[in-house]
Design a protein around this ligand. Structure first.
Ligand code: 5AD
Length: 475
């Protein structure tokens, strides 16, 4: 959640029913061509790739699961930290070598595309398409040009008020459907490249969002994850004028929706009505991801985050006072420009005060056109030492919090099965992974599981009832 930890290779099946739902039959354009798309980065990128895959399928392209079989190879890229961006260029270099004698059509999408622009053609001459996410609405016409044989195409405009709406979206996760409600970002956090790569904020109207949710339920999804760089900055442009908390409630009230998650929230817009909505709607998961970035008010000010440590802690307090236990996760950057040992210590004490259930932590990586005049002053070894210390402290906290769950019965959605271990892998409403002896047929079911053991990153348990306890439990 809210991180760039995912790397997904795609090209799985296009669900036949989705193709049907997508209405548009294969056009002759691109007919018979194959594509392979690989995604780096956040959940928004994963979902953008699903929409790009849907756009291609609607034109008659067929997904394949390796480079070799593909006529068109797309990389949907992430530039949040330098390493992520460099990975794309090393990948492109490999393609360049592998297909010297059999050139493929290669396209670079997403944040690196937007950031590097036409410079990509120089570093990787085989690339023929460079398109940032704010231009995905233009993909069909860009593809027209590519198919007509044009050598190099770019979609790099950032001035858009449109969201990327597709007739057909290929969803790769059979249970959890991602759904973007707001694109772009208008914040100017000093460390972050996203406003430069994803363009200005634009929200989808609530009627469209709710209609898509209902379609997802009809297609069999029970879990919906609402996405946005700053999901809680969403504003309703439809006459209903729902607040974000009202939208959450309306999604949760749709019959058939069992789990609703949302990411990523910005503390500045995190209001108590969100907690009230969670409290009164069981389908809203017991989970809030609220990136703090630093525990030091001084560093938060330099980062232009728009809140102090104390203000952040007030939000946490509000969540902790909910009627049910809500799990809290966060993102933290260590070694931001000017972070002293005392500032870092403030971040360490924040871990103790909040007791997060999960922390995604990163060494500061200076990005082009960011930093609002700051440099990158903390030496690399110092950043590494701070990161290790932070992760060590958090590991202990998570272990303690997870161990406190031993003996409890939790509802889980079984997401996969590991044949080698004979284990079902489920996810709790609080976003914890739990492994328990199971069967392949359990995948996709909601079951009650009794927690029998805990590590810092996951739980183990035994089945204790099916479909919310109404099934044939084996206690
Ligand atoms: N360096 C390190 N981490 C960063 N993040 C965003 N920009 C940077 C950067 N320049 C982290 C933040 C954000 C998460 C998605 O990535 O913690 O919340």
């Amino acid at each position: 959640m809210g991180t760039d930890l995912v790397q997904i290779t795609t090209a799985e099946k296009v669900q036949p029913e989705e193709v049907r739902a997508g209405a548009r039959t294969a056009s002759t354009l691109g007919n018979g061509k194959t594509f392979y798309i690989e995604t780096f980065g956040c959940a928004m990128n994963v979902h953008d790739s699903e929409k790009v895959a849907g756009t291609l399928a609607a034109r008659g392209y067929r997904p394949v699961d390796n480079h070799d079989e593909a006529d068109l190879i797309l990389y949907n890229t992430c530039s949040i930290r330098e390493k992520a961006a460099e990975k794309v260029f090393s990948r492109l270099g490999m393609l360049q070598k592998a297909y010297r004698n059999n050139p493929k059509i290669i396209g670079v999408l997403g944040c690196v595309a937007q950031q590097e622009g036409e410079g990509i053609f120089e570093r990787a001459p085989q690339v023929r398409l460079v398109c940032g996410s704010a231009s995905y609405t233009k993909l069909p016409s860009l593809l027209d040009e590519l198919e007509a044989g044009k050598r190099r195409i770019t979609g790099l405009g950032l001035e858009t008020e449109e969201c990327f709406e597709t007739e057909l979206t290929r969803r790769d996760n059979p249970f959890r459907a991602y759904l973007t409600i707001i694109e772009g970002c208008d914040q100017r956090c000093a460390f972050c490249v996203v406003p430069m790569t994803r363009g200005p904020e634009r929200s989808r109207p609530s009627d469209r969002i709710l209609a898509e949710c209902r379609r997802l339920v009809d297609d069999g999804y029970t879990e919906i994850q609402l996405l946005g760089q700053i999901v809680n900055a969403w504003k309703d442009s439809s006459p209903a004028r729902l607040s974000f908390a009202e939208l959450l409630a309306r999604v949760a009230e749709i019959a058939g929706v069992r789990r609703v998650r949302f990411a990523t929230s910005h503390p500045r817009y995190f209001t108590s009505d969100i907690v009230q909505a969670i409290d009164s709607h069981p389908a809203l998961c017991d989970q809030v991801h609220l990136p703090v970035q630093s525990g030091s008010t001084r560093i938060l000010a330099r980062m232009l985050r728009g809140y102090t440590r104390e203000e952040y802690l007030e939000k946490i307090d509000c969540i902790r006072h909910a009627r049910r236990a809500i799990s809290i996760s966060t993102d933290i950057i260590v070694g931001f420009c000017g972070e002293t040992p005392e500032d870092f210590e403030q971040t360490m004490t924040l871990l103790d005060v909040v007791e997060y259930d999960q922390v995604f932590s990163f060494k500061y990586s200076r990005r082009p056109r960011t930093a609002a005049g700051w440099g990158d002053t903390v030496p690399e070894e110092e950043k590494a030492a701070r990161l290790a210390a932070l992760q060590d402290r958090q590991r202990q906290i998570q272990l303690r919090r997870n161990q406190a769950l031993v003996g409890q019965k939790l509802e889980v959605l079984v997401e996969s099965y590991q044949p080698r271990l004979g284990q079902a892998v489920g996810r709790t409403s609080s976003n914890r992974i739990i492994n328990f002896p199971g069967a392949p047929a359990w995948v996709g079911r909601y079951m009650d599981v009794r927690v029998t053991g805990a590590g810092p990153h996951s739980l183990v348990g035994v089945e204790d009832g099916r479909e919310g306890g109404s099934g044939d439990g084996t206690n």
